[in-house]
Structures are given as C-alpha cells and as structure tokens.
Design a protein around this ligand. Structure first.
Ligand code: GLC
Ligand code: MG
Length: 670
C-alpha cells in the first residue's frame, strides 16, 4: 500500500511538482533500505533539525509526514468522523425514541363556559365576554388551561345563541368584537386556550343567507334545504329534535324548508359547495383571530337523504299523525349520512394549516349523540391516515345516574375504552348545557367521587361550569328554553342557572338581576366560601387537577380494571419503568369493604394521596380491607417494580404510551 502511494507521488514528481522538501521527505519515508536506515527513516534523517517557530511551509512539510505527526493527525481525523456519525445516530435515536408530547387539549381538563350564565359584567342579568375576562383567575385556580365558550355570535337568541344571525360578529348581549379580541388576548397572556362553538348545521332565520335564499336571490337559492310542499302537508314525516315536523312552509318562497331544530333554525344545505365554502371561510375568520379550537355542534345532522323518504317509526303501530318527537323515529335518513365525514375531514385539513407553529395546535371536538350506536361516535376519530376530531365528546358517563353502582361505572368506562380505536385519546363528559346536572340526577353526595373518576381516568376530562363546586339543577317556573316550551320535562333551564361565585346578592353573578333564578343553595355552594374550606368540592377538584398534571402515570400511564361490584369501581394507573403507581377506589353505591388481597401486583399496604371524605393524606391502608363510604373516593399511591398489565392485558388500556427511564429521568417510546 505504501509503495503504491509512493508510485503515485513519484509520478507526480515526474510531472513537475516543485515542492522539493516534500519530495525528499516522501522518498526518505518509503525507501528506508536505500538509505541503510532501520526504523523510521524520516526520524533518523532529520533528528538534527528541530522544528522552530515561523518555519516556512517547505520545512513544515518535512515534519508533517513523520509518523509522530501523521499518526495523531489521522487518529484525530477518524475520531471526528466517528463522533460526527455518533452524534447523528444519537439524534436520530432521540427523535425516534421520544414519545409524543401531550398537546394542550390532552394535558388540561376542558372547562365549558355557558356565557349567558357565567359572569355578568354590565348588570343586564345576562353573562358576557367581559364577565368571563374578570374570572380568568378561576381557571388558573383550578389548574385548567382549556376553556370552551358556548356560542356568543350575533343571534336572535331563540335557542340562546345556537341560532346564529352573523357568524362574524358578537351579539351585543355578550359584548363586541373588540371585547372578544381583548378576551382572547387576555386568555393567551395567561396561557389559556379558547375553544369556540361552531354551528354548521343551521343558521338563524334572520341570517342574511336565509333572507337571500327565500327570495331566490341568484347563488343563494340552494343555501338551505327547500322542498315543494303545501301549507298544510309537509313533504314527509321527519321530526325536529325540539319536537313537531322538521318542515316549515315559507310564505315568501312558497316552499318548505328543513329545520332539524327550531323553525327559526333552518338547516344549511351542505350538498351545496358554496355553503361548504362559506362555512370554511367562517372557520378561517376565527382561526385568523387566533382561536385555539372548535366544538362542532350537532354534526350528525349536517346531511339528509335526497330521496326524502319517510323515516321508519320505532313503533310501527303508532298512528303516524301522533309521531312528533325524536325518539319515535329511526333517523336513517336525517342523521349520519354518507359524506358527513368528508366535511369534517376538510375542516381538520383547514385547521392543520393553522397548526404548524409549536404550541399552536388547533383542536377539534365533535358533538354527536349516537346512543346505543357508539360505533357511529367512534367514526369521528377518523382513521390512522385521515384525521377528523381530536376526540368526539364521550357522553356515555351521562348515564351514570341511571346505573349508579361500581359495576355501572365500570360498564360505562369500558363501553368507551373497548370501542375506541387503538391509539386514540379518550375523554369524559359528566354534564353540559343540554343535560341535567349530574349532581342532581346522581345525588350531590356522589359529586366528589364523580369528579375523582373524571380526573383520574385516562384522557381529557370536561367540566361544565359549576360542577367544580357541586352546583345543582334549579327549579325554573318561567321556562325560557324552547325545548322546555315544547315539553317542560325537556327544559334545559335548570342546568343553566347563574354561576355561584359568592354568598352576595345574585351569588356574585350580577349586581342587578339574573336571567334565570340563582339556586337557593348559593350561600354555601359558591366559589368564595369553598375556597376557604380545605374539604370543599372546589378544593378537591383543584387537588385532583393538580395531581393529574403532576403525576406521569395519571397523565399517560396504563389504566387497568382491578375491581367492580355493586358499590365499588377500582382501577389503577401505572407506567413501565416508573415505580410509583396509583389505585383509585371509588364508591358509587353503599358503604363497602373491598378486599384486593387477591391482586398480587399490589403491595400489602397503600398510602392515601387524596380522599373525598375525612381520611388524611399519608394514611396507610391494607389492600385486604379497603373501607369506603357511600360516595367516597380514594386515590391510593404505592411504589412497586411489579406491573399489573403484563398479566392482565385484557383489562388494560393505554393511549400515548410512554415508558420511564429512571437512570436518565426521561420518557421514551416503548
Ligand atoms: C346542540 C347544542 C344545543 C343546541 C343544538 C342546536 O345540541 O348543544 O344546545 O340547542 O345543538 O344547535
Ligand atoms: Mg351582561
């Protein structure tokens, strides 16, 4: 090899390379025997001459080829190559092995504000945007970073804002666009994310599109669903969610229009590309303003079958003319029609364009009540390749009061977990502006344990305003809700009463009056009083919310079922490589003693971390005798290298899985 190298250099020489020193040196190196030297020829030849500072290039080159300089040089060269490659390999490995960070909509509970009822800043009895702005500290206190505000668009308020007259303006009742900008800026300043309501299915009949459409103005003719009919005879038997026919004859146009909700809420025609585009523009308008996410209202109603056939009656023998409510028909032609998911996907695509900056992910949640057809709800998660909702609201825990027991809680949790597509992120709803407050239907004595369930399950908890203090349904005699006007049993007023802030007049909600009565319990059930009581529902909510953020296994660990019976539901949260784990023992029935001694993965004794009742944190509890009172919840902590899930795979679920490496104190994909 050396002689080959020499050959090349020699030929270079012949071709007239003029560096004499270099030539000599090379000759010396490769032809030691010619000079009669042993060992390193270069060494012996030049031992007399010492390198000196400022030596010219020619002299320098004399030395540079000597082994003592050349070898370290080559070692250093290869070391740099090796280190560079190692650095690249480490970088690739870190990227490949890092688990995905939880996004903001996963790491914080979502808090629902019903703006009419949250805080009234101007004394007109109706809550407003400035009111919300005054109460941002409340979210900070609860350790909540994501706030969904129900609609505040300009609206005639027939359905309290779900009938939108202008998608690009704020209703004067709630404030102005400037108030909105101020609120959003104030929220972002505090690190809070704002989720808005987006109402694609319908507009108000006062919306300019509807006015133009009923006049058959060019381009607007097909903005809504118009069908020939007579004044007395609707085109088919379809009924509105709020009761009675979903068709109304319009004098101006001389045709019937479809409304799956109130007659003042005509359905938009999503088969018209102009409408699809208009609604995308609306989305962009708010995305440009910086809104962080949307709750998509009533999505299953967006498309209807074009053939307009009658829907089948649930009871075929019922006289057809008496069919006037949602639950008397099978909605084969008015809900979940083909094409629906394409619309939602197109929203996701649009929102992704606004999600590229770090920390600016725009969140999408869909509202669809699919009852026993849970697979329809799950379809809103999209597929592994085509994204849709980040999650569809999980309304199944709303049935907990009908199944109030340990077994009932287990069944409802498992219903979601076992139907959710793999790798998706769960969520849990126990109340909203459409459903009776769970504290009233389950019983206030269960509110604490329900909040504990909500905040310790895997996935995103959602909290409807007031649930954090145990607000209950209010008796309303003067019904405001249009659904309640059709049938008082349907009234949604009771769960929409003013937020109870303090024991002062109007519960601190308004200095003047309130649009719905304040609950008579407000003197004790309010934020101010509960802030001063370390055992209050409020403080427990806060502790749970903080715990959820602080403890890795609660954020993204496995959830495994451990026990369920008539009274108690128990599950654990654990993580690979992380010795600390949590066992939740939740009582949804009567006083009970639970014996978990048959679970070998649990240590003999566990430590109370949080308790809804009077047990102090730090108290030790034996796994063979876990006492819980009716409505009591325990978060027990333990430390163990033994993991439960390997031996119980069928009882366990994990989303956004990660493992913990204690040596480096980091998470990795596993
Ligand atoms: C959703 C809303 C409800 C509203 C309806 C019509 O279900 O949650 O409050 O009445 O849509 O927009
Ligand atoms: Mg007001």
């Amino acid at each position: 090899k050396a002689s080959a190298k020499y050959e090349i250099n020699k030929s270079n020489l012949k071709q007239g390379v003029r560096n004499a020193a270099f030539q000599d040196d090379e000759a010396v190196q490769v032809e030691p025997t010619e000079r009669g030297d042993s060992g390193d020829p270069g060494e012996s030849e030049y031992t007399q001459v010492k390198p000196y500072p400022g030596m010219p290039k020619e002299v320098l080159l004399l030395y540079s080829c000597q082994a003592r300089y050349r070898v370290p040089r080559e070692i250093l060269f290869w070391l740099i190559v090796a280190l560079t490659l190692a650095l690249i390999a480490v970088t690739v490995a870190v990227i490949a092995l890092s688990p995905r960070c939880l996004s903001w909509w996963q790491s914080s509970p979502v808090y629902q504000v019903y703006p009419r009822s949250f805080m009234d800043s101007d004394g007109d009895g109706v809550g407003d945007l400035r009111g919300i702005m005054q109460k941002l500290d409340h979210f900070e206190y609860l350790n909540i970073k994501a706030v969904w505000i129900s609609p505040f668009y300009k609206s005639p308020m027939k359905d309290f804002g779900y009938d939108v007259q202008d998608f690009r303006d704020v209703d004067p009742l709630f404030g102005t666009l400037q108030d909105f900008d101020d609120l959003l800026a104030a929220m972002h300043d505090k690190g809070l994310k704002m989720i808005m309501d987006y109402i694609p299915n319908h507009t108000s009949d006062k919306h300019v599109w509807f006015q133009l459409s009923r006049n058959r103005t060019k381009n607007y003719e097909d903005y809504y669903v118009w069908v020939n009919c007579t004044q007395t005879e609707p085109p088919n038997n379809w009924v509105s969610i709020f009761g009675n026919s979903s068709w109304t004859f319009d004098e101006v146009r001389g045709q019937c229009y479809l409304h799956q909700f109130l007659k003042e809420q005509p359905d938009l025609n999503f088969r018209n590309p102009l409408v699809v585009n208009e609604m995308l523009e609306v989305l962009r308008f708010w995305l440009e303003k910086g809104v962080d996410g949307f709750r998509m209202d009533a999505v299953k109603h967006m498309l209807e079958a074009l053939h307009l056939r009658n829907e089948p009656q649930v009871d075929p023998n019922q006289p057809p003319e008496t069919v006037d409510t949602e639950f008397e028909l099978y909605h084969d032609y008015t809900t979940s029609q083909p094409g629906l998911h394409d619309i939602i996907r197109s929203w996701r695509v649009e929102m992704d364009k606004y999600s590229t900056e770090p920390g600016r992910y725009r969140f999408l949640v869909t509202e669809s009540y699919d009852y026993e057809e849970i697979y329809k709800t799950m379809m809103y998660y999209g597929t592994p390749f085509i994204k849709e909702s980040d999650f569809p609201f999980n309304f199944y825990l709303l049935y907990l009061p009908d199944n109030l027991s340990g077994q009932g809680a287990f069944d409802l949790v498992d219903l979601w977990m076992s139907n959710m597509p793999e790798g998706q992120w769960p969520n849990w709803v126990v109340g909203n502006h459409d459903k009776p407050r769970i504290s009233s239907s389950a019983g206030l004595e269960y509110m604490r344990v329900i909040n504990m369930l909500l905040l310790t399950l895997p996935g995103t908890p959602t909290t409807y305003y007031g649930e954090e203090i145990g607000m209950e349904n209010v008796n309303v005699t003067d019904i405001q809700d249009p659904f309640g006007k059709f049938n008082p049993n349907n009234s949604r007023d009771p769960q929409r009463s003013p937020m109870q802030w303090s024991p002062e007049e109007n519960a601190g909600f308004s200095i003047n009056k309130t649009w719905l009565p304040v609950h008579p319990d407000y003197k004790t059930v309010n934020v101010e009083v509960q802030k001063n009581d370390s055992r209050s529902i409020l403080q427990q909510y806060r502790a749970l919310s903080q715990l959820r953020e602080a403890e890795l296994p609660l954020q993204r660990g496995w959830m495994c079922y451990v026990w369920s019976d008539a009274n108690v539901f128990a599950f654990l949260r654990e993580m690979d490589g992380f010795p600390q784990a949590f066992l939740m023992v939740l009582n949804f029935g009567a006083n009970a003693v639970t014996d978990l001694s048959a679970v070998p993965e649990l240590p003999e004794e566990l430590t109370v971390r949080l308790n809804t009742h009077s047990r102090q944190p730090g108290t030790r509890i034996r796994k063979s005798t876990i006492n819980t009172e009716s409505g009591e919840g325990l978060v027990l902590e333990y430390s163990s290298q033994k993991r439960f899930y390997p031996g119980n795979v069928s009882k366990c679920y994990v989303s956004e899985k990660a493992c913990y490496l204690s040596a480096l104190n980091l998470l990795y994909k596993c």
